[in-house]
Design a protein around this ligand. Structure first.
Ligand code: HEM
Ligand code: HEM
Length: 171
């Protein structure tokens, strides 16, 4: 999706969804290993304590919310476009940002879809692919955060400001 000349900043809704996804992913990070225990116990028909069950189901609900939020962001982007990348930014940095965003969206959609398919079919191989994608997602997020900070402190573009609720209107 190319930048839209009509869009000079992200909508409040889009910014809200961005930070909601960040919080939800943080939660998945903290309790991911409980989901693995819940999954193994479910496959083997073993009992698991109440906290483990609650955390396991929370993983499913929160992961599904990530899917919904990512789809909504993509719809918003296709309908309204996105703000332009910095005019003075080198082409390689713009390209790297685009590739990073595509990979982020791909993983934000693929991870929950694989998790749901694994859960509803009871397929441990698919669950394995789901778990395998976690480290690549973390690596791309790390690259994305470094990129966002570089935009602000190095290339001095408004990209970070327009994604921060309190600063969006000071650009
Ligand atoms: C973007 C959303 C999601 C993220 C970031 C995520 C992340 C994770 C992480 C970090 C683990 C632990 C991996 C490990 O310990 O090696 C895990 C395990 C698991 N998740 Fe998710 N998850 C998401 C959505 C979902 C959804 C919607 C489901 C649906 C049921 C699901 C089902 C599972 C299952 C079955 C496992 C156990 C996999 C195994 O141990 O082989 N996940 N997930
Ligand atoms: C779980 C962690 C994160 C995920 C999954 C994530 C995901 C994304 C995605 C998919 C986009 C692309 C938006 C689009 O072009 O449609 C984006 C944009 C952006 N993100 Fe993140 N993000 C995360 C964390 C962060 C953090 C911690 C920061 C700040 C340091 C940040 C700053 C930004 C900025 C500034 C943009 C807008 C870039 C622009 O306008 O060109 N993100 N994020």
């Amino acid at each position: 999706m190319p930048p839209s000349p009509n869009r000079t900043s992200w909508s409040r809704f889009n910014v809200f969804l961005h930070w909601t996804i960040v919080v939800l992913i943080l939660f998945q990070w903290i309790e991911g290993e409980y989901m693995s225990q819940f999954w193994d116990a479910t496959l083997e028909g073993e009992a698991i304590d109440r906290t483990g069950v609650i955390l396991g189901y929370s993983h499913i609900v929160i992961g599904t919310l990530v899917l919904v939020a990512a789809v909504l962001r993509l719809v918003d982007r296709f309908v309204a476009g996105r703000p332009a990348h910095g005019a003075d930014e080198p082409q390689w940095a713009v390209l790297l940002a685009k590739v990073t965003h595509v990979l982020l969206y791909a993983l934000l959609l693929l991870m929950p879809v694989l998790g749901l398919v694994a859960w509803f079919t009871g397929n441990d191989d698919i669950a394995g692919y789901h778990a395998f994608l976690w480290n690549p997602l973390l690596a791309i997020i790390a690259l994305h955060v470094v990129g966002a900070l570089a935009q602000h402190f190095w290339f001095r573009t408004p990209a970070l400001k327009r994604m921060i609720p309190g600063l969006r209107h000071s650009i």
